[in-house]
Design a protein around this ligand. Sequence first.
Ligand SMILES: NC(=O)c1ccc[n+]([C@@H]2O[C@H](COP(=O)([O-])OP(=O)(O)OC[C@H]3O[C@@H](n4cnc5c(N)ncnc54)[C@H](OP(=O)(O)O)[C@@H]3O)[C@@H](O)[C@H]2O)c1
Length: 296
Amino acid sequence: MSTQTTGTIAVFGATGQQGGAVVDALLAHGARVRALVRDPRSDRARALAARGVELAAVRTDDPASLAAALAAVAGFSFMTPEANSLEEVETEIRIGTALVDAAVGAGVPHVVFNSVFGADRKRGVPHHDSKHAIEEHLRASGLRASMVRATAFMENFAGVLAPSLEHGEIVLRMPLPEDAALKMISIRDIGRVIAALLLGTAQAPGGAVELVGDELTGPRIAALFGAHAGLPARYEVLPLSVLPTDLDRVMFREFAKAAEHPGDPAAVRSIEPATLDLAQWIRATDWTPPTDAAAA
Ligand SMILES: NC(=O)c1ccc[n+]([C@@H]2O[C@H](COP(=O)([O-])OP(=O)(O)OC[C@H]3O[C@@H](n4cnc5c(N)ncnc54)[C@H](OP(=O)(O)O)[C@@H]3O)[C@@H](O)[C@H]2O)c1
C-alpha cells in the first residue's frame, strides 16, 4: 500500500512494544521513520537501524535533543513509559509533557499519543490519570493531535497473565470477577492504527480512538485457550491482593467497572479492518500451552 505522506515520521518508544509495532506498521507502508532513542548503540536501536530506521539520540530532560530529533518531521508518535509508583507517575507526566512541548516547538503537523482506555477523564487510577494529564496538555497545545487509547494488551496472555496447564487442564487466573469482560487489543494492531492515522489513511473521530479488539470474560478467555489447545479449561478469580502494586489494584478495580460499559470494536475495525480478536491472536501467535506444572 502506498503512503499519502512522504515525510519522515518520528517515533518515541521505538525500542519497546508499542513503539516497535508503530515502526513495523510504518515500514510496512514504506514510510521513512526516525526513532528517538536513549542509546543508539543498544541492541534494539541497532536492530532498528539495520531495518533502515534513522536514529536520533534524545534525553527527555534535554529540550535541545528533542528539538533536533523532531525537526521537519511529518508526524510524531509517542508513548510514555510504564509507571509502577507515584514517583514514576510524575516522571511519566514529565516525559509526556516534554515531548508535547518539543513537538510544539518543532511545529509537528500531527502528533499521536499512545494513551490508555478511560483517559478521557480522571478516574483515580494514577498511571491512567497521568495519561489524561498528558492528553490535556497535548489538546491545549494547539497541535493537531490524535489520542489512541489502548486497552489491555493481548500479549499479557503470553506474559503476566499467561494461562497455565495443570493436570491436563488450561487454567487462567486473573483478579477480575467472572462476569466482568476484559477489553483488549493486540500490540500489532495498536501500531497499525497509529500508522494509519499518521499516514492519513484514516482519521480518529473527535481526535480519539479507543482500541478494543475484543471484550471477553475470564471464563470465555480460558475457553478460547482451551479450544486452541484441544484441552478442557477453567477460570479462577484471584484476590486483588495478588497484584504487586496499589496502582495495579486500583487499575483492576477500574477494569471491573469499565466492563459494565461495552467498547466499540467496530470503531477500531473502521480504521484497521484486520484488527485481531482474541481467537485470531491465539492462532496468529500460534499459542501453545506451557509444560504441565502439576505433572512436573
Ligand atoms: N500492559 C498493558 O496491557 C498496557 C495497556 C495499555 C497501556 N499500557 C501502557 O503502555 C505503556 C508501556 O508501553 P510499552 O509496553 O510499549 O513499553 P515498553 O515496551 O516497556 O517500552 C518502553 C519504551 O520507552 C523507552 N523509554 C523508557 N524510559 C525512557 C526515558 N526515560 N527516556 C526515553 N525513553 C524511554 C524505552 O527505550 P529504551 O530502549 O531506551 O529503554 C522503550 O522504547 C505504559 O505507559 C503502560 O501504562 C499498557
